[in-house]
Design a protein around this ligand. Structure first.
Ligand code: AMP
Length: 265
């Protein structure tokens, strides 16, 4: 493609192929099923047993983003971030926008974080999410924003402001880092999620971002009965360890589950 600039996603696909071939990328193999509830087709991914073992064994050791595995490096994302492949993707490519220097995941996002994150939003189906700490579903303590390309089963419910739990929604015409950052700070303040002292941890929350809206909501629990939720689950997509957990989720009620892991209005 001479004369054209390669996008982050094109580069990510190439790096994924290579990383898959050399064994550094370890996709989580799942069986995806539809969960119908209130006219919404939620998606439930059930992990195969071998994939679960790999995921658990490798993802909890040290800081995987400093240093990161060279074979998972996609590109720089602005001045202060690198774009890496998620080593254990369910959807592939799954991109991580990680700070080059250590920044605690639970501290407030910066303007530069938004600038780096926005590098990946060049298609309408890009879905970004941020898990600010363990209660919000984060497994890593180093600053990272995430990107996948995927349909969003909850798109209409989100965009129409009908989520049954406390949240702030910002409809968007265009993506501008300064505008997003200013709105992020005011949404955080209005939900009382900012730390009392600058530099301290924020209270638990998830931030979701598409070309059409930004959504912020507090979190109260990272799991119910061993079924874990992070930001991507609030798009309407779930990852569970086995069929019994999927059955449990259907029985409990998907929307009730999401509401119970967040904060009641
Ligand atoms: P979170 O769990 O939301 O904090 O996101 C961190 C992501 O990093 C998880 O989805 C892991 O799959 C992924 N991860 C774990 N270890 C590595 C690694 N060595 N390189 C790249 N990604 C990793």
């Amino acid at each position: 493609m001479s004369g054209q600039t390669e996008t982050l996603w094109e580069k990510a696909s190439q790096v994924s192929e290579q990383a898959l071939a050399d064994g550094s990328l370890m996709p989580i193999v799942t069986d995806a099923q539809v969960i119908e509830e209130q006219g919404i087709a939620f998606l439930g991914h059930v992990v195969t047993p071998n994939a679960t073992k790999k995921f658990r064994a490798t993802s909890t050791q040290g800081n995987p983003f400093l240093p990161y595995e060279e074979s998972l490096y996609v590109a720089d994302a602005g001045r202060e971030h690198v774009c890496l492949l998620n080593k254990f993707p369910v959807l592939s490519p799954h991109l991580l926008i990680c700070s080059k220097a250590f920044v605690p995941q639970q501290s407030c996002l910066s303007l530069c974080d938004f600038e780096g994150w926005l590098k990946g939003f060049d298609h309408p189906d890009v879905f970004g999410f941020y898990n600010n700490g363990p209660i919000a579903g984060a497994s890593q303590i180093h600053r990272h924003m995430q990107l996948v390309r995927s349909p969003i089963p909850l798109e209409q419910v989100i965009a129409s402001g009908q989520l049954p739990f406390e949240h702030r929604l910002l409809p968007l015409q265009a993506l501008d880092a300064k505008e997003l950052y200013a709105n992020y700070l005011s949404m955080m303040a209005s939900l009382a999620l900012l730390p009392a002292t600058e530099g301290e941890n924020c209270s638990p929350y998830n931030l979701l971002l598409t070309q059409r809206w930004m959504l912020l909501f507090p979190r109260s629990a990272n799991n119910i009965d061993g079924v874990y939720a992070n930001g991507i689950n609030y798009s309407g997509r779930f990852l569970v360890k086995h069929e019994e957990q999927l059955a449990w989720l259907k029985q409990y009620g998907v929307m009730k589950y999401l509401a119970d892991c967040s904060r009641q209005a």
